[in-house]
Design a protein around this ligand. Structure first.
Ligand SMILES: [Zn+2]
Ligand SMILES: [Zn+2]
Length: 247
């Protein structure tokens, strides 16, 4: 397929890590300041939930309420990157903690998800899709966690999730790239929303997603399906998710 001439804009970066996940290197203030410099309206503070070896204590998530709504004029979204722990779609934050957050990205990581067949990963993602407290399906293109994309992606759409296209994939999970392309193509085909996220581990990476944009150009992805492409799209996404966030 030839490249399409869509113009992509970005209003928020919904998946970023702070020093609270100890393999990341910037503070939440630095993330917000970097987002402001890029003209973003919001930034997701989505540190690893407790099952990851570098995760903050559970209290980190309970105490996100200590943050002001806005830092450097940027809305800081109190979030988490939770871990899918098994084929039943279990997560590593309890329901009341998840309910207290404004943004939940659910991901599979080698450290926390056992080796699983495509059938098992599909079952896990379908269970996550049914969980009303998950907003974004995080970096799901990893070959070791390949799943039945044709089955799960329309279900993500039916459940109002956004499927993440993650710039970090092109930095540290390069073997995922062909699956990410397939995922983007299927989201386009089925009209499923996506989120473009940097997965920043340093503030210089916030809002910087050249590989994601190139992929979207290549598959001719419609801008109106990008939940963080504009403030209007983002507000509509939070309304659909039942989140009390408005920019
Ligand atoms: Zn992750
Ligand atoms: Zn992450």
């Amino acid at each position: 397929m030839s490249k399409q001439d869509f113009l992509y804009t970005l209003a928020a970066d919904l998946h970023c890590h702070t020093v609270a996940s100890t393999h990341a290197f910037s503070t939440v203030t630095e993330l917000a300041q970097a987002a402001a410099q890029r003209g973003l309206a919001a930034v997701g503070c989505t540190d690893h939930a407790p099952a990851m070896p570098d995760a903050p204590h559970l209290w980190h998530f309970h105490n996100l309420k200590a943050l002001p709504d806005y830092i450097a004029g940027v809305r800081v979204l109190r979030g988490a990157e939770v871990n899918v722990l098994g084929t039943d779609g279990r997560l590593d934050l309890d329901e009341s903690t998840l309910k207290s957050l404004e943004l939940v990205v659910a991901s599979m990581h080698n450290q926390t998800m056992p080796a699983s067949s495509a059938e098992e990963c599909t079952a896990a993602w379908l269970a996550v899709a049914a969980n009303p407290l998950v907003d974004i399906i995080g970096h799901s293109g990893a070959p070791q966690f390949a799943y039945d994309y044709e089955t799960a992606i329309p279900e993500f759409g039916r459940q109002g999730k956004a499927v993440e296209i993650n710039e970090g994939t092109f930095r540290v999970r390069k073997t995922s790239a062909p699956n990410c392309r397939r995922i983007a193509e299927l989201c386009r085909k089925h009209g499923v929303h996506i989120a473009l996220d940097s997965d920043a581990h340093y503030h210089g990476q916030v809002g910087d997603m050249p590989h994601c944009v190139e992929l979207l150009q290549e598959v001719g992805f419609p801008p109106e399906l990008i939940v963080n492409g504009s403030v209007e799209n983002l507000n509509a996404f939070f309304r659909r998710r039942g989140r009390k966030v408005s920019l």
